[in-house]
Design a protein around this ligand. Structure first.
Ligand SMILES: Nc1ncnc2c1ncn2[C@@H]1O[C@H](COP(=O)(O)OP(=O)(O)OP(=O)(O)O)[C@@H](O)[C@H]1O
Length: 235
């Protein structure tokens, strides 16, 4: 574990120019190691989505440095040519809503990304089945998405995020629509997957049910981050 999965130094993001400019990030520092699940917590408008979008190579930061594994992604200029490939192969996304594809079955919802990345269909489906089993939804592999419960759909969405074995997963309010028990179950799964696949996971959340489970928390306020050791209470 000699390289952080994510390393950010003095990252800033300004939207717009002149009188209407908004400084959404004002020098963020963050280091996350493989296998860690870290919380990112902050009030509305504090810069959480902006930070996640920078990390996910969806928007370009204004200044600072951002590294994924050993590679500099941003350092005053985008260093990696193909950001689409970076997003596909190195970052998994989990959102508040699962956004599964309704006309594909559960297995193919997960296998699609590896297939698009060039993994042969048989292997991609095998990988999907392995992930579904690891997430305790193996018995739903052939079901249609509409036949799953909310918690099952979220587990399938997590399996999809892991399908290309990315070193980083960005989870934006992944437990918001779930009740307490299901929310804690999702956190348990994220922790287990982080350990099993050495994935670094950032969870943006307001969810008071899950905040005490993080070992490390970054608080973000007015575009600046403050690190805190969390309670790390088992989920
Ligand atoms: N595209 C944009 N253009 C201009 N300003 C923006 C844009 N996106 C966000 N902002 C501003 O940047 C600041 C940070 O916004 P951001 O969406 O990152 O906050 P957030 O913490 O994710 O908020 P919420 O929890 O409400 O989603 C806010 O002041 C917001 O108004």
């Amino acid at each position: 574990m000699n390289q952080p999965a994510i390393h950010i130094e003095n990252l800033s993001k300004r939207y717009g120019e002149g009188d209407t400019a908004v400084d959404a990030l004002k020098g963020v520092d963050m280091t996350i190691w493989p296998g860690e699940v870290v919380g990112l917590v902050g009030p509305s408008g504090s810069g959480k989505s902006t930070l996640l979008k920078c990390l996910g190579a969806v928007i370009e930061p204004t200044a600072g440095k951002m590294q994924l594994g050993g590679d500099i992604v941003f350092d005053q200029t985008w260093k990696i040519d193909d950001l689409r490939v970076l997003r596909r192969d190195r970052i998994g996304f989990v959102f508040q809503a699962p956004y599964l594809i309704p006309f594909l079955d559960v297995t193919d919802n997960i296998a699609l990304l590896p297939m698009l990345a060039g993994v042969p269909d048989v292997q991609a489906r095998e990988r999907a089945r392995e992930l579904l089993a690891a997430l305790d939804v193996g018995h739903r592999a052939k079901a249609q998405v509409s036949q799953l419960s909310g918690g099952e759909q979220q587990r399938v969405a997590i399996a999809r995020a892991l399908a290309n074995r990315p070193p980083v997963i960005l989870a934006d309010e992944p437990t918001a629509p779930l009740d307490s028990e299901r929310a804690l179950n999702v956190v348990r799964i994220l922790n287990r997957m982080a350990g099993q696949y050495q994935t670094a996971i950032i969870v943006v959340t307001h969810d008071e049910k899950i905040i005490p489970t993080f070992k490390r928390i970054y608080h973000i306020r007015d575009g600046r981050t403050y690190e805190e050791a969390g309670e790390g209470r088992p989920a």
